[in-house]
Design a protein around this ligand. Structure first.
Ligand SMILES: [Mn+2]
Length: 429
């Protein structure tokens, strides 16, 4: 197995932190024991938790105005896998990569799967792309893809999704994530009902091509690139489409794809209630974007989402197997550092949700004791769970201080010497 960062460097960095970590972990263990919680059991749950990273997140993102590349950023799937391996080696939270096609196309997928495995990585959901045109493509997606009024365009979009399934089979994936940019910029531009009909008909052709153990994750988005309406605009349209397509179709919740201030944790509970919660794209937002780092703006919301997921575990519905992935745009940071920080934020919110005294919460809910129900959540949210995550990491060979260890490795500087420079460009990648 190829390890991008040397074990010696990680061990050296950890040696400086280990005594303090043991002290903090022991103290937190004593505090949690007073409320009947075994810290080692929480740590074991964290050790078993993982979140996928997107291949496209390994490069610097951008906006429609500009993109500012950094020296040493990856320019192909092979270099992206290397960077994803760094994130997983240090954090021990991100063992899978979610590829995007055609961006990550190669000629030999068996070899790509082996290359990833050698780096300690597997593949998560495959993502199709019918929101931009590719060189040599026969039909344009300028006015839509799966919902296009043009039959040949819909057929091309269906064919691309089926090709993604075939690639995914070779990579070991079992999920196809479908997000279409289809929508309108003007009132009257398209008929709301007919465009959804066309989408459903085309999506059902993709659905029919799913292998037995596969799922089709429908990702909704309220706006962008279409700014007046989108065909799969919210969780309502998403669950209706998933119900119509069949049991293998599930809804994917991207935290940034809602109107500002929407109660996303309630949507999570609703989707789960009907067996349609397929997974998450984690990010954060301040206004209406889907680009900021997970937990950087509203970590409390992330905690409340995980609180619903822990509740869902206690009341499982058919096929409850949510997939977790980071999906954010790293415009001003080293993407590796952003994903290390984000994976930590996501893991922390899961750990805090595990600390909620469920008996106390449920009893307070049944007794309509509003304040104590709230306090059951608040007590857990207020716990600093960092020592639990650090202990789980170090036991799995990861770094106690992921960012300091990453910087000590000088990974990006070294890659800047080896990798070809990225050209200037615009647009989200
Ligand atoms: Mn997304």
């Amino acid at each position: 197995m190829t390890k991008p960062i040397s074990d010696e460097l990680i061990a050296e960095a950890n040696a400086r932190e280990l005594v303090a970590l043991e002290e903090d972990y022991t103290a937190l263990g004593r505090k949690l024991a007073r409320t009947g919680i075994d810290i080692d059991r929480v740590k074991d749950r964290i050790a078993g938790f993982s979140v996928a990273v997107p291949s496209w997140g390994a490069g610097r993102g951008g906006t429609r105005f500009a993109k500012f590349p950094i020296p040493g950023e990856p320019t192909n799937i092979h270099e992206k896998l290397e960077d994803c391996a760094v994130i997983n080696q240090l954090s021990r939270l991100t063992p899978r990569v979610s590829p995007h096609f055609p961006w990550d196309k190669v000629s030999d997928y068996k070899a790509l799967r082996e290359e990833a495995a050698d780096l300690g990585l597997g593949f998560d959901a495959v993502n199709s792309n019918t929101f931009q045109d590719q060189p040599g493509q026969a039909q344009t997606y300028a006015t839509g893809s799966l919902s296009s009024t043009v039959e040949a365009t819909r057929a091309q979009a269906v064919e691309h999704n089926i090709e993604c399934i075939e690639i995914g089979r070779q990579l070991g994936s079992t999920d196809l994530t479908v997000w279409v940019g289809d929508g309108t910029n003007f009132p009257g531009q398209q008929d709301f009902a007919r465009s959804l009909d066309r989408y459903l008909e085309a999506a059902s052709e993709v659905y029919s091509a799913l292998p037995d153990d596969w799922r089709m994750l429908l990702e909704h988005k309220m706006f962008e690139p279409a700014f007046y309406s989108t065909v799969i605009n919210d969780w309502g349209s998403s669950i209706l489409a998933a119900q119509e397509l069949g049991p293998k179709a599930k809804c994917l919740v991207d935290l940034g794809h809602h109107a500002p201030n929407v109660n996303i944790e309630q949507i999570v509970a609703r989707l789960h209630r009907f067996g349609k919660l397929g997974g998450f794209h984690f990010n954060d937002s301040k206004y209406g974007d889907d680009d900021l780092d997970s937990g950087s703006i509203n970590p409390h919301q992330l905690f409340l989402v995980f609180n619903e997921l822990v509740e869902a575990e206690l009341n499982p519905r058919e096929g409850f197997k949510p997939s977790y992935m980071i999906d954010q745009s790293h415009n001003v940071t080293d993407p590796i550092e952003s994903m290390l920080s984000s994976a930590e934020a996501i893991g922390q919110c899961f750990a805090k949700a595990l600390l909620v005294d469920r008996d106390a919460l449920h009893a307070a809910q049944e007794a309509n004791d509003t304040m104590m129900a709230f306090q059951a959540l608040r007590r857990a949210y207020n716990v600093d769970v960092a020592p639990i995550l650090a202990k789980a990491r170090v036991e799995a060979g990861g770094a106690i201080d992921v960012l300091a260890t990453y910087r000590a490795s000088r990974w990006r500087d070294r890659k800047a010497q080896e990798r070809k420079a990225v050209g200037l460009g615009a647009g989200i990648v």
